[in-house]
Design a protein around this ligand. Sequence first.
Ligand SMILES: *Cc1c(COP(=O)(O)O)cnc(C)c1O
Length: 370
Amino acid sequence: MTKKSIPFFNYPAIYIKNEQEYINIFKDVCSRGAFIDQKDLADFEKNLAEYVDCKYAIGVADGTSGLILALRAKGLNQGDEVIFASHTMVATASSIYYSGGIPVAVDCRDDRLIDPEDILRKITPRTRGIVPTQLNGRTCNMDEINKIATDHKLFIIEDAAQALGSKFKGKSAGTFGSAGMISFYPAKTLGCFGDGGAVFTNDDEMFRQMKLIRDHGRDPATGKVLRFGLNSRLDNLQAAILNFKLKTYPQDLERRRSIARTYQAMLGDLDQLLLPPGPDVDENHYDIYQNYEIEAERRDELKSYLAENGIGTIIQWGGSAVHQFEGLGFKCKLPRTEKFFKGALMLPMNTTLSDDDVEYIGNCVKTFYK
Ligand SMILES: *Cc1c(COP(=O)(O)O)cnc(C)c1O
């Protein structure tokens, strides 16, 4: 095998692939002076809502503020608890915190998603809602979570930052609860050229409140301030770029799934690895593989071995679940999540990888364990 060089993520390659189109978009938007809240944003919001089959999509400055908008629209009171899975980005918990709630961490199951049984154990009279993370591009079994939410009168707001286009039983991530957030951070499956995000909702009142909060609480018709809000607008230029990228997004997802299929075929029978669920094993799930996160024996050695062979890998969230960051003051033990982080490693997964690249990565992993 000749040595290759495969970075974990290749940002310039994403731009170069369609450079001329991006230049045209830049010229078009800028020559119209269309920078804030213009047609490109409205078009993108409409297309995005259609894509996930949801009544409303609202472009926001970034995913984190999207979650804050949704939680603020719900109106948390002091002492309200909101449950989240600790295997997530800290943004899930900090959004709860910055919306006035108390984030309550729960464990994950073998598919790395929030554990419904642990949710039940952590519910108290102060629990108001659940923020499940649709992690790595896989949507939770929302039947189980919806049932808990209904039984205990809790709201659901999804952190679907990693899951645009992912589905459970044919329904898109981000459209199950009162609202759902996605992120357009550049490394996300639909990435923009900076920060960006969106929130979805089917609820007219949630839509109204989130739109108000996005723009300082101002009524767009009169300019009157109706409530306290923030500036959390998605730039019109980013919206125009995202609108262009959305056109080929379904193909991008199929490419990711085909890479996952190859990893599954090459590595599926190694006892030392626990792979994510394969793309064809459960028809209830349409996974989009934002990340290909494995649980590996001798993880650190594997990571070094792959680096020596030119392959970039990443340990998600710096190797810690949210409750393990001491500065945040969580005082719980979550055994499955903690065990998971000892072996967690993300292999390259993006649309700039060639078939040869994927095979090379698979072969290197196999050689390591031989
Ligand atoms: C990326 C991400 C976020 C934050 O999104 P930003 O757009 O960077 O604010 C939140 N939660 C999860 C699970 C993420 O992966």
